[in-house]
Design a protein around this ligand. Structure first.
Ligand code: 5GP
Length: 185
């Protein structure tokens, strides 16, 4: 029997509610281990280093890239984001279900290195609703919002690449679908 834990990845456009869904999932299933990403983005209010992200300067991030420290990394809306490699490998070797919440380019890279991983695309009920949610968050500049909306259109076009698409219309129903897909319920 293999002792290696399963890898599940959740992608979806900015503002679709990935963060809320993932937090709920972790609350309900403490055995899941969520990877904490590295980023060059500045912390939003309330975000803590090492908990929400590992916050790095561009130079610090590039040094980690150069030493092969990331399982995948990508540029998103002007900032770099990456999944630290070692902790993911350690948790998988320890048999824990591992969850990554990352954007499309990173998902494509992970698909190549972990073809057995399961990839879920979280979709909004409509583009208009997505825009409303991104604007409603009130944390980003107009320029950042525009970049995120353009990127969202590209991500939505790629949903067919994923093993499953879950529409986040009603959070509870989306959660239950993800639980079923991850064989948690
Ligand atoms: P935010 O700035 O809103 O926290 O995240 C922006 C985007 O970056 C989101 O789509 C999020 O899923 C993605 N992201 C977060 N961490 C990573 C990572 O480690 N790698 C990649 N490729 N994307 C990430």
């Amino acid at each position: 029997m293999s002792t290696s834990g399963k890898l599940t990845l959740i992608t979806g456009p900015s503002g679709v509610g990935k963060g809320t869904l993932v937090n709920q999932l972790l609350e309900r299933h403490p055995k899941i281990w969520l990877s904490v990403s590295a980023t060059t983005r500045s912390p939003r209010q309330g975000e803590q280093d090492g908990i929400n992200y590992f916050f790095h300067s561009r130079a610090g991030f590039e040094a980690l890239v150069a030493e092969g420290g990331f399982l995948e990394w990508a540029e998103f809306a002007g900032n770099c984001y990456g999944t630290p490699r070692r902790p993911v490998e350690q948790q998988m070797a320890g048999g824990r279900p591992v969850l990554l919440e990352i954007e499309l380019e990173g998902a494509r890279q992970v698909r190549r290195s972990f073809p057995d991983g399961f990839q879920i695309f979280l979709a909004p009920p409509s583009f208009e609703e997505l825009e409303r949610r991104i604007r409603g968050r009130g944390t980003d500049s107009e320029e950042a919002i525009e970049r995120r909306l353009i990127r969202a259109q590209e991500e939505l076009k790629a949903q067919h690449e994923f093993d499953a698409v879950v529409t986040n219309d009603d959070l509870e129903s989306a959660l239950q679908q993800v639980e079923t897909l991850m064989e948690l319920s």
